[in-house]
Design a protein around this ligand. Structure first.
Ligand code: GLV
Ligand code: MN
Ligand code: MN
Length: 439
């Protein structure tokens, strides 16, 4: 083994347990940055995210990184390559990133752990510089809670935050472009939210958010494909009326129609292996116990690793809504708000991740991610890989989300080997330049 970090087959002098304990304690400290007392809720450009940035920035700086926030609210720490501080010359770089936002009442590891592992890997270098720089990125929004649009941070980073996205409004009517302008005014040093042209790879650590690794008895897994997803808004408009006087056969109850549709979607999704369909948000007006509902709005989230199967399922679900509506004299409208194709991660970096996981004495298992990740937005632009950590009980998007400290230590062990293999990989000719990003 001839890499920078190795001495013989083992890494020397690095206490992965201590580094893992620190990374986990930092996840706890970030969890305290929340918009809701007693819950973990941290959304795009919120005061809670600002508080989170202050903490994460301090850890990045003490690890030797130069830290900035960008025009999209992403937190970015850069650990320069060997000789780069003196020469000021550009160097190839590896990004280690994930997101710092959460779903409402989420867990403390989804996204955050990946950022903390990036910082811990830089700390493990103890000031040694590599032949490439390391950029640790905490993306500002992956969950899409505030604007109903996921991946805002990584979209901006890859030039895919477009005018219709920027025009979206949050629940208080604040347009995204206005929120971003206010953020830039409050942070005069903001840098351009763009992928650095010297970036040669992207690595994301993330909890699995499912039970596969636990079932297989494995601490880590290597992601091959991230399932595509569609999101739609479906509204059912009926007629309000008196709950005590309107006979059942004369009603046009929007909520009863929506309920029939939800159960139909669930039944159809169960019949197709690998397909998942969820309505996680529903509103019902006018919202009184003694009034027949006249307006119901439902979200719809559909995912599958095969884009054709997903598209066909979405068409089927929307047609079913129309059929139920026409039978019940309910007007149904739907709009597909967001489509994200399934993404294969990079074969070259997957091979490095496989080697790194094997070096940490774990048999590398390939898997598909049903969850969306910033990696799927970045992957069309630069080679990207993901390493999953076992998630006990497969519980995620929930306060009981957890990881095992020994798995975090294994991820760090694999991560250091990945850095070592990435050094060798950089000596191979690049197939193409990173595809340009303009935001
Ligand atoms: C992100 O967590 C998603 O997959 O929705
Ligand atoms: Mn999530
Ligand atoms: Mn996540």
């Amino acid at each position: 083994m001839t890499g920078i970090l190795m001495s013989g087959p083992e890494l020397t002098g690095i206490d992965f347990d201590v580094l893992a304990a620190t990374a986990l304690a930092r996840c706890d400290a970030v969890a305290a940055c929340t918009e809701q007392e007693g819950r973990i809720t941290r959304t795009f450009l919120s005061p809670a995210m600002e508080a989170c940035h202050q903490r994460v920035r301090a850890w990045m700086e003490s690890a030797g990184m130069t830290v900035s926030v960008d025009r999209a609210g992403n937190l970015r720490g850069y650990y320069a390559a060997s000789g780069q501080l003196e020469s000021g010359e550009a160097a190839p770089r590896l990004i280690i990133g994930s997101h710092l936002d959460s779903v409402p009442n989420g867990g403390r590891y989804d996204g955050v752990l990946g950022v903390m592992l990036g910082i811990a890997l830089v700390e493990a270098l103890e000031g040694r510089r590599l032949g490439f720089g390391i950029e640790v990125i905490g993306f500002s929004d992956e969950e899409g809670v505030r604007y109903g649009l996921p991946f805002i941070g990584s979209r901006a980073f890859t030039g895919k935050l477009l005018p219709p996205h920027l025009a979206r409004r949050d629940a208080n009517g604040v347009a995204m472009f206005a929120a971003l302008d206010a953020y830039a005014c409050a942070h005069p040093g903001v840098v351009n939210a763009r992928l650095h042209p010297q970036t040669r790879g992207y690595l994301e650590f993330h909890i699995e958010q499912g039970p596969v690794l636990e079932h297989a008895g494995l601490p880590l897994g290597v992601v091959e494909t991230i399932a595509g997803q569609s999101r739609a808004a479906v509204t059912f408009a009926g007629r309000a009326g008196h709950a005590g006087t309107t006979p059942m056969f004369l009603r046009r109850d929007a909520l009863a129609a929506a309920a029939e549709w939800l159960v139909a979607v669930e039944s159809a999704a169960r019949l197709m292996p690998g397909l998942v369909a969820t309505t996680g948000r529903i509103s019902c007006d006018p919202g009184a116990a003694n009034v027949i509902p006249d307006m119901v709005r439902c979200s719809l989230d559909v995912r599958h690793a095969d884009d054709e199967i997903r598209h066909a399922a979405v068409r089927n679900f929307l047609t079913t809504a129309e059929a139920i509506g026409s039978r019940r004299e309910i007007e149904v409208e739907h709009v597909v708000e967001f489509e994200q194709a399934a993404v294969d991660l990079d074969a070259g970096l997957i091979a490095l991740a496989d080697k790194a996981v094997s070096d940490a004495n774990i048999s590398p298992r390939h898997m598909t991610s049903g969850a969306g990740h910033d990696a799927m937005i970045v992957a069309p632009h630069i080679p990207a890989a993901m390493i999953f950590l076992r998630n006990p009980g497969g519980i995620s998007h929930h306060p009981e989300e957890s990881v095992l400290a020994e798995d975090v230590a294994s991820a760090l062990h694999a991560g250091l080997h990945f850095l070592d293999h990435f050094q060798e990989y950089l000596h191979q000719p690049m197939e193409s330049e990173p595809k340009s990003c303009t935001t």
